[in-house]
Structure formats: structure tokens, C-alpha cells
Design a binder for this molecule. Structure first.
Ligand code: MSP
Length: 488
């Protein structure tokens, strides 16, 4: 039996609203949803947070390109994210927007606290800024003078700014990362972060901008707005309803109990492009606030199209809506999670998706369920199967999920499907006349179908529920086709 009733708090990054959702953002969200559903399904007290990141120069510029007021523009795009997540059956417990009044207040109170504490101070800041990343860049980060993620030259910024004392937390953070007190996986990502700390160290960083009006004004100097990442990171706290103004005077955030029973996150999922900020600025802010660090930062790779990162600017995106239209919701979830070894890049194309759909879903799971239910109905067989979440496959499956090997967990289920297919072919019950003997062959296969459907439930919530209902009846009936085969 799995030990239960732990708390489980998982977050996705909050998405910039300069773009419509594409399958890159859907990937992180579906993966988080699978983990949240898995923990909820087995009894953990779970909180799953996602949302949208709506301030900053990039979003401001995009709104202006569209001839819209920033707030009208962000309302519109944020709603699109919310809608797509609903369509994808994402079970988030909150959807935080950085334009929420409550978030804005909390950001102001937090920054004021850090300013009063001396962790934020006035200075001049000079640096190269990539608006695509909303990050300052070192010369070393550039390829031919350009940001490699956005293929653009960063702009030079030299202005009065309020700086955050990031350098102060360098040693403590490096130590926590090395000793896994703040764990980063996969291991190569952890090593990359350690090497960054050791080679370059942490320098104080600009936490405010004078020329970006679409942002949260600093409470003590309204001619500055908060740096968009300082604002965005705090979503992980405000998304739990956190309000720093209700804490004690000396440290408003002194104990995790004051944030929420869910703090700190068990897992924060992020893509590799936002690792450095999540492994430096973010935990440093938490240390400055006296709050516990997240337990695990899990870094996944990118979806690539012919070797290039899928992105709106390259015009090579596939959207979740396009996939849902073609394959249905659960198949879209399945295809995206199977497309990559969790933690690594993967090339993706419509051809690959079509073939995978036909092979694994139409010919695999769909066909097995159809054949078995059809024969059970035809032979009028009565079954008494046991319907249990913690069946014989659970332990192995649970291990893979705990290790965050989501694609491997699916492969494991598909190895069971393949074995059941082989059983059917070798035992060929359709050639047998006696109903009793047919039952002897089909009952264990039906039991296996029921077992794997329970495991599949966090990945494919609707389809697995359908199969569970279908195979929990005494007399199983052939249902509608789950995954109609695509003609390619
Ligand atoms: N707003 C920031 C995050 C702030 S969190 C405090 C941001 N937003 S984003 O919309 O640009 O990216 C959000 C996530 O989507 C990142 O984890 C990023 O890695 C992921 N993806 C964006 N494109 C992707 C692919 N092509 N493939 C896989 N994931 C990618 O960064």
C-alpha cells in the first residue's frame, strides 16, 4: 500500500501572455496535471498552481503592436490560456494572474519589506537586456552578439535602478544546491547550475525599471516599476493566497505556516530556458524572506521542429487546439507526454503524432478494448472483475511516477497492452465454441484492461473512466470506438 495523506504542492511557470498557448506551454501544464492527478487520486492533499505572467516590456510591446491597452490585451490572452487548459482537462486548483489586485499588493509589500531590510538598494545598473527573455545577459551568453533563444541582439540599458542583493545569498544557495537541500534534476541541469555559480558567481541584479510603465510601481518610489521576474516569482506564493502584510513585524514571512499549509512546493516544473533564474533569483528571494525553498526543481527540455525550438517567432508552432481537434483531448495528453523522455528535448511533427496515434491508441489500446468487449458481449459472458487503483501493476508504476519518468510510466502500461494483445492472438478465443473456455481466456485479459485503466487515469482521465465503467459491469458491452483510426 502506498503511504498517503502527504501534502503535495506542484507549480508550472506562469506563461507570458505575449503569445497564444502552444504545445510547449501545454507540455509543462499537462505534465504537472498528471502528477497532481496522480497524487490526488491516491489520497494526497494536493494543490496545483498555474497562471499567467502579464507585466513587463515584452507584453507591453505586444499589446501596443495590437493597438490595444495592455490590460485589455492581457485579459484577452490570459482567458485563452484558461480556456485551453479547461479543454485539456487540466485540474489546477488556482489560476493566478500577476494583474490580480491581491498579487500586486503582495508584491509591493514584499519589495517594501526587502527594501526596508536593506536587501534592495538604489544604484545604477548597466547591462545588456534581452526583452524576449526579460533577462540581463552576460557577453558570454551571446552567440554572435545575439541571444540564442530569441535570435536578437539585446539592448544596452544604463539607468538608475533598485538592485537586489543577490550576491549575498550566493554561498548559501550553492551549498543548498550541491547538497540537494534545494534539489535540481535531471543531474546534468544541476551540474550546469553549479558550474554557473562556481565560474561566474552571483552579482546583484536590477529589480526595477524606469522605462517600463506596464508593471507594478515600487511603493516607495513610483517612478520605478518592479522587474517582471521579481513580480512573477512571487506568484508561487500569492497563488496560495499568501498575504505578506499579515505576518510578524520583524519578518512578515517568518514561518512557512504563515504562507499556507502547502508551502514549500514539492515540485516546480520548468523548461530549461528559465532554469538559471529559478536557481538563482527565485531561491535568493525566498532566503531573503526567511521562507523554505522548494524541494525540487525539475527541468524539462524543449519541443523542437526540425531541430529548432518551437516558438511563435519562428512560425513553427503546433497548438493544443489543433491537436485536440484531430486526436481528441486524452489522446493529445498521451501524445505530448510520450513525445519526449521527460527532461530532454524532442523533435515533434504532425507525421510523428499521426503515426503514434494510430500505433498506440487506435491499434493499441483502442483495438484491444474493442475486441475484448465485443467478444464478451457476443458470448454473453458474465464477469466479476476486481476494480482497484492499487492493483498488481501499481507498485512498479508508482516507482516510475515518483522518479518523474512519465513517458516510461506510459511505456510500462503499453508493454502490458502489448502482452494482452499477444495473449489474444495466441489463444484465439474467436475460434472456440464453448463459452466457458472463452471466458477463461477473456476474463484475465479483461482484468488487465481494468487494472491499466486505473493507472492511466491521471494521463487520460476521461477515456480511462469510460473503460473503468465499461469493464466494471457484469456484462461488458462493446462501446463506441475510443480512438478512430486516422487514414494517413
Ligand atoms: N513567464 C515566464 C515564466 C515565469 S515563472 C515565474 C516564462 N514564460 S513562457 O511562456 O515563455 O514559458 C513558460 C514555459 O513554457 C517555460 O517553462 C518554457 O520552457 C516552456 N516552453 C516554451 N516553449 C517551449 C517549447 N518549445 N518546448 C517545451 N517547453 C517550452 O518563461
Amino acid at each position: 500500500m502506498k503511504e498517503m495523506k502527504n501534502k503535495f504542492f506542484i507549480t508550472t511557470p506562469i506563461y507570458y501572455v505575449n503569445d497564444q498557448p502552444h504545445i510547449g506551454s501545454a507540455y509543462t501544464t499537462i505534465a504537472a496535471d498528471v502528477l497532481a492527478r496522480f497524487h490526488r487520486f491516491y489520497g494526497d492533499d494536493t494543490f496545483f498552481l498555474t497562471g499567467t505572467d502579464e507585466h513587463g516590456a515584452k507584453v507591453e510591446a505586444k499589446a501596443s503592436d495590437n493597438g490595444m491597452e495592455p490590460k485589455v490585451f492581457v485579459d484577452d490572452v490570459s482567458e485563452k490560456f484558461r480556456k485551453v487548459w479547461k479543454e485539456l482537462n487540466i485540474s489546477n486548483d488556482n489560476f493566478i494572474r500577476t494583474t490580480d489586485e491581491h498579487h500586486i499588493k503582495a508584491v509591493q509589500n514584499t519589495l517594501q519589506y526587502l527594501y526596508d531590510k536593506g536587501d534592495i538598494y538604489k544604484g545604477d545598473y548597466k547591462g545588456l537586456y534581452c526583452r524576449g527573455c526579460e533577462q540581463f545577459k552576460n557577453e558570454k551568453d551571446l552567440v554572435d552578439g545575439k541571444c540564442s533563444d530569441h535570435d536578437k541582439e539585446p539592448e544596452e540599458i544604463c539607468e538608475e535602478s533598485y538592485l537586489f542583493k543577490l550576491s549575498k545569498y550566493s554561498d548559501e544557495l550553492l551549498n543548498k544546491i550541491k547538497t540537494d537541500k534545494f534539489k535540481i534534476t535531471p543531474i546534468e541541469r544541476k551540474n550546469e547550475v553549479i558550474s554557473f555559480y562556481e565560474k561566474e558567481g552571483l552579482n546583484d541584479i536590477s529589480f526595477s525599471r524606469q522605462n517600463v510603465s506596464w508593471g507594478i510601481p515600487l511603493p516607495w518610489d513610483k517612478s520605478h516599476t518592479a522587474y517582471v521576474w521579481a513580480d512573477a516569482f512571487l506568484n508561487y506564493l500569492t497563488g496560495l493566497g499568501w498575504d505578506p502584510s499579515t505576518g510578524s513585524a520583524s519578518s512578515p514571512q517568518a514561518s512557512s505556516g504563515q504562507v499556507s499549509k502547502f508551502w514549500p512546493p514539492e515540485i516546480q516544473l520548468i523548461g530549461k530556458d528559465i532554469l538559471r533564474v529559478h536557481a538563482t533569483i527565485w531561491p535568493a528571494m525566498l532566503l531573503a524572506l526567511g521562507l523554505p525553498l522548494p524541494k525540487l526543481l525539475f527541468v524539462h527540455g524543449f519541443f523542437l521542429v526540425k531541430g529548432k525550438k518551437m516558438s511563435k517567432s519562428l512560425g513553427n508552432t503546433i497548438t493544443p487546439s489543433q491537436m485536440i481537434e484531430k486526436y481528441g483531448v486524452d489522446a493529445t495528453r498521451y501524445l505530448l507526454i510520450s513525445a519526449a523522455t521527460f527532461g530532454r528535448d524532442a523533435d515533434i511533427s504532425w507525421e510523428w503524432l499521426d503515426e503514434k496515434f494510430n500505433a498506440d491508441l487506435a491499434n493499441g489500446l483502442g483495438n484491444l478494448v474493442a475486441r475484448v468487449s465485443n467478444m464478451l458481449e457476443k458470448n454473453n459472458i458474465e464477469l466479476e472483475l476486481i476494480s482497484s487503483k492499487e492493483n498488481k501493476y501499481f507498485e512498479e508504476f508508482n516507482k516510475l511516477i515518483d522518479n518523474l519518468q512519465l513517458d516510461e510510466a506510459l511505456k510500462y502500461i503499453w508493454s502490458i497492452i502489448k502482452y494482452q494483445d499477444e495473449e489474444l492472438s495466441t489463444k484465439a478465443p474467436w475460434k472456440i465454441k464453448e463459452a466457458d473456455q472463452v471466458k477463461t481466456i477473456l476474463a484475465p485479459i479483461a482484468q488487465n484492461i481494468l487494472d491499466i485503466s486505473h493507472l492511466l487515469s491521471p494521463f487520460m482521465p476521461s477515456i480511462s473512466e469510460k473503460i473503468i465503467t465499461q469493464f466494471s459491469q457484469k456484462k461488458v458491452k462493446k462501446g463506441e470506438s475510443l480512438f478512430p483510426r486516422l487514414t494517413l
